[in-house]
Design a protein. Structure first.
Length: 485
């Protein structure tokens, strides 16, 4: 009964109808109010997050082991991972990770620590809480190394220990779980924490990935939730995840559902990391990284003039720069080339070929910016979306060269800003606003009204050259829509 009341209270808060001051305060009211604001940071969901075309950039982490000082947890092991060169003068996001089998917390945490990046460095905590017991020569079983009660006490002890001993931002602590932990321990622990003391609930958001999660949406805490399925999940697993996210939204809890491409040979693909990182970056962080749209929605054909002029080079460092350029990561290409040239530990004569190449590289970039800008200006005058290939490359070059004197003397940045406010952009913003209206209605429990708006926006896929994100976002939302009680 209490859970039902909490769900109703959350919907009321999200609808802007707080209880009167003379009534008993809603448990966890401050957290629920923060969730109301966080809903607008995460939603409307643009579609499946991340991109297979973007390299995952991670920072370097240092891991240490810590004893879990709780009775009954003697066989458990704790691990803490922090960015190398951690800036202790500022507060950092923290991820408590129960993502993996729990049999090797050190390896599980290495996987989780890929969520950290130079733009948003993160502190991590994780554990080994399972062990394999050999039954016979051909079979072993995975067992908990502590009782359920001791286990959750050990989790809480490690969480509090890291939050008190490290420069953690208490408003940006996240729980990550799933993987092959069949009991979905992270979700059940989060539910217990909310049930026992809502006002002290520690997590800003919960992120889950995996196979056939035993996730109970009806008891989930009212914080932003991200659920990730694999393309190769079976129907039961996908049904459970879709039902969970629809149930969360129906309760007024902002939630995302991602069904990402994934190979069974790649246990934790970059795409999954990108999806989780985006949510963490959005919730109190620097904002999500920008990814290129699906190439199937690109406007304009790619022609020979769009190809970069290099494929091979005799110098190995130049090859690295070329590889970044081919991946359209011009910032990494520029930084890698100049990083080598500025490295005083490398002899000048060893850098001669790279120095010549970087001169050629810079000349190409300057000419290419002129070409891209001219192409986009024609589209602006025609009040039509520009060639997507040209738009995406100019944005990438803007990120790379915006601080260079030669770049600042040109009008490239102004051109990109114009694309945010001219006719097609205004029409695109109107579609986003309609989707935002649908999200608000859905969180208020008015699902039929919300679904109607999603359907209306989805019909606009061919407008403005068919490159608008939001009709596809609406279509994606409808693709996993389920009726729930």
């Amino acid at each position: 009964m209490r859970r039902t009341l909490l769900g109703a209270a959350l919907i009321a808060l999200l609808a802007g109808s707080m209880a009167a001051q003379d009534e008993e305060p809603v448990p966890g009211a401050k957290i629920i109010e923060r969730t109301k604001a966080d809903a607008l940071l995460l939603l409307p969901q643009a579609g499946v997050g991340g991109s297979d075309r973007v390299r995952l950039s991670c920072d370097e982490q240092k891991q240490s082991e810590i004893k879990i000082d709780v009775e009954g947890c003697e066989k458990m092991k704790g691990y803490i991972s922090t960015p190398v060169g951690l800036d202790k003068s500022r507060k950092h996001a923290m991820v408590f990770s129960l993502w993996g089998r729990g049999e090797d917390g050190a390896e599980d945490l290495k996987m989780s620590s890929r969520l950290s990046s130079p733009q948003d460095p993160i502190i991590f905590a994780g554990l080994t809480y399972r062990a394999l017991r050999q039954v016979d020569e051909q079979m072993s079983v995975s067992e908990l190394v502590a009782t359920e009660d001791a286990l959750t006490k050990g989790f809480a002890w490690l969480l509090n220990k890291v939050m008190s001993d490290y420069p953690v931002d208490p408003s940006r602590v996240f729980l990550v779980g799933g993987g092959f932990d069949w009991e979905e321990r992270a979700g059940s622990w989060a539910a217990e924490l909310w049930e026992s003391d809502p006002d002290s609930f520690p997590f800003r958001g919960c992120l889950f990935e995996g196979y056939d999660l035993k996730f109970v949406a009806e008891s989930a805490p009212p914080v932003p939730t991200v659920m990730i399925d694999w393309e190769y999940s079976d129907q039961d697993s996908e049904y459970n995840s879709r039902r969970s996210v629809n149930s969360l939204l129906a309760r007024g809890i902002p939630a995302e559902y991602h069904k990402v491409p994934r190979s069974f040979l790649d246990e934790r693909g970059d795409r999954i990391i990108q999806v989780m990182r985006a949510a963490i970056n959005c919730l109190g962080g620097p904002g999500a990284e920008e990814y290129p749209p699906d190439e199937s929605r690109y406007l304009g054909a790619r022609i020979a003039a769009d190809d970069i002029p290099w494929t091979e080079h005799k110098d190995p460092w130049a090859k690295e720069v070329i590889a970044y350029a081919q991946a359209e990561d011009w910032k990494a290409a520029w930084e890698r080339g100049n990083g080598i040239l500025n490295d005083k530990n490398i002899k000048t004569k060893e850098k001669r070929d790279l120095k010549d190449f970087m001169k050629e590289f810079e000349k190409y970039v300057k000419d290419e910016c002129d070409r891209l800008d001219a192409s986009i200006q024609k589209s602006i005058k025609a009040d039509f979306w520009p060639n997507t290939w040209h738009w995406e490359r100019l944005k990438a070059m803007n990120r790379a060269f915006k601080d260079e004197n030669w770049y600042q003397k040109k009008g490239y940045s102004k051109t990109l800003e114009t694309l945010k406010t001219y006719g097609p952009a205004r029409r695109d913003e109107a579609r986003r606003e309609k989707l935002l209206q649908a999200v608000k209605l859905e969180l208020e429990g008015k699902r039929a009204e919300a679904k109607k708006i999603y359907q209306e926006v989805a019909k606009e896929k061919k407008e403005d050259g068919g490159v608008s994100t939001w009709p596809y976002a609406a279509e994606y939302r409808l693709s996993w829509w389920m009726e729930v009680e």
